[in-house]
Design a protein around this ligand. Structure first.
Ligand code: NG6
Ligand code: CA
Length: 513
């Protein structure tokens, strides 16, 4: 055979090979902020703080005006994000304590397990807050079950929240840098009479507490819960963002050659708001504003990492929050005093813990250059929908008995023509006592007679409904200031029946035919 023929044959083989190879599945990166409100970003109207990195992400993608977290606190939102099921259907899905066990049982079909099944490398970096271990975390031994037992290949975690003990990283099944000679003890009782706490050593604290948060002191800040030991493993609050970004770069670089799913869970802008020194004092809003600036930097670094590795057009990035905003969440950090005209929930009422829109309607952005046409969208989408939507994106069938409330809203996430988001959404407060149903532009709240809004969330408080059921028309009254319950008895009855049937039927995702 002559050389020309050989070359021709080789070229044909190559071409055929290329045709047979399916296109690369897109990487999926979900960036979740903590306690970030609808009005906290400049692309959502904030003036007192500028968020150029997130604004750029929004201008290159879709900025949603009806993007939701599924609950107005952390643990239930994250539980639903992974399981695709409303947290009210699960057991103990409220805010998890420092020594809480793993809340998602091994074997559960989850967003990461679905993507792992589709051949993805999967990692969670950042805040976990879904418990570790069974029946409790073994801080000095193997911390399992945890993320690795529900579909993640890798994890690098802040175990709960940074206002809860302990301030250590968990890498896969272990506390990172733990010296066995200095074991870590975590508990909810003072370990010895002379153990310094936020009460006994209040005057030495670098950030004072306003409610709760007065137990073990670490890095000059008293926390929820007690701990001793693990000295070498402890981090400085100021270094959290940098450490998570360094870990993210490392993980993406070593997994860039195959499709990957990264859940990046920033601890910003949750309390204690103690950012790196280079971000301190950057805004007129005090530590809460500085934490927004640090979060914006974080997002910029993740985007830069993806783009500089040539993965820009191979990666869908979603930015969201786990619940709405709060000002004083237990530390005296001037969030209230320095608020000025900034409105953390934008045009909405309420915030974290509640079911006014501010509790769950949060920043929500998707970007996928080459696939998503930039713009804004009013479609209703929710963090609970990632499971069904990304399963659809990657061709994974959902078992009938999994992801019971996750809807495939992929067309909306990608901003396709005739995109369809949700027609309804159950909104959950801090626990199952406060719920709401949004259907189109109507919103029906179901309160309990005893319910009172958490005082510390009140930013321009809307009047609290006096009855158990309260109807609002979000198109005319996005701030939920004017109940229209008595004007629309039929609608109230229909929506009440629908809400009750959502609770009693055990699922809202239809079984595939
Ligand atoms: C509350 C804490 C609050 C915050 C919240 C969880 C007190 C008084 N308040 O119990 O500071 O930690 O739990 O926030 O302790 S979340 O965003 O993780 O849901
Ligand atoms: Ca939160």
């Amino acid at each position: 055979m002559n050389r020309l023929l050989l070359t021709l044959l080789a070229t044909t083989a190559c071409l055929t090979g290329a045709e047979e190879k399916p296109p690369r599945q897109p990487n999926i990166v979900v960036i979740m902020a903590d306690d970030l409100g609808y009005g906290d970003l400049s692309c959502y109207g904030a003036k007192a703080v500028q968020t150029p990195a997130i604004d750029r992400l929004a201008s290159e993608g879709i900025r949603f005006t009806s993007g939701y977290s599924s609950a107005s606190t952390c643990t239930p939102t994250r539980w639903s994000l992974f399981t695709g099921t409303y947290a009210i259907r699960g057991k103990d899905t409220g805010i998890a304590p420092p020594n809480g066990p793993a809340l998602i049982k091994p074997g559960t079909v989850t967003l990461p397990s679905l993507l792992k099944g589709a051949g993805y490398r999967t990692a969670v970096i950042g805040k976990w807050h879904l418990g570790l271990g069974d029946p409790a975390p073994d801080w000095n031994g193997e911390l399992k079950p945890g993320p690795l037992e529900i579909g993640f290949d890798h994890c690098f975690l802040l175990p709960t929240t940074n206002d809860r003990v302990p301030q250590v990283f968990v890498e896969n099944h272990r506390v990172k840098n733990l010296d066995p000679a200095d074991p870590l003890w975590v508990g909810n009782k003072k370990p010895s009479p002379d153990h310094p706490t936020g009460i006994t050593h209040r005057k030495d604290l670098k950030m004072d507490w306003s409610h709760g948060h007065n137990q073990t002191i670490h890095n000059g800040i008293s926390r929820i819960g007690f701990y001793t030991g693990g000295t070498a493993a402890r981090f400085r609050d100021e270094d959290l963002a940098d450490t998570f970004i360094a870990e993210t770069r490392r993980w993406i670089e070593s997994n860039k050659d195959q499709p990957f799913f990264l859940f990046f869970a920033s601890p910003d802008i949750h309390v204690p708001r103690v950012v790196h020194e280079r971000f301190q004092g950057k805004t007129s809003l005090g530590p809460r504003g500085d934490a927004i600036v640090q979060f914006d930097w974080t997002v910029g670094e993740i985007v830069k990492t993806i783009d500089s590795l040539g993965l820009r057009e191979d990666t869908i990035i979603v930015l969201c929050s786990d619940n709405g905003p709060v000002l004083d969440d237990g530390y005296k950090d001037d969030a209230v005093e320095k608020l000025g005209s900034h409105r953390p929930a934008g045009p909405f009422s309420g915030g974290k813990y509640g079911v006014f829109e501010g509790g769950t309607r949060t920043p929500f952005i998707t970007r996928w250059p080459g696939r998503i046409t930039p713009g804004t969208s009013d479609e209703i989408v929710c963090t609970i929908d990632f499971a069904a939507s990304f399963a659809a994106l990657t061709g994974q069938p959902l078992p009938d008995d999994a992801c019971l409330d996750s809807f495939n809203v992929l067309s909306a996430l990608l901003g396709e023509k005739d995109a369809k988001g949700r027609d309804h959404l159950l909104q959950q407060g801090n626990d199952d006592k406060v719920l709401a149903l949004r259907e189109g532009d109507w919103k029906l709240m179901r309160l309990q007679k005893t319910w009172k809004p958490t005082a510390t969330v009140s930013i321009d408080p809307a009047p609290v409904p006096t009855d158990v059921w309260a109807l609002y028309d979000l198109s005319a009254d996005p701030g939920e200031r004017k109940e229209v319950t008595s004007q629309h008895p039929d609608r109230v009855r229909e929506m009440r029946e629908k809400l009750e049937s959502i609770l009693s039927s055990g699922r809202t995702r239809p079984i595939a035919k």
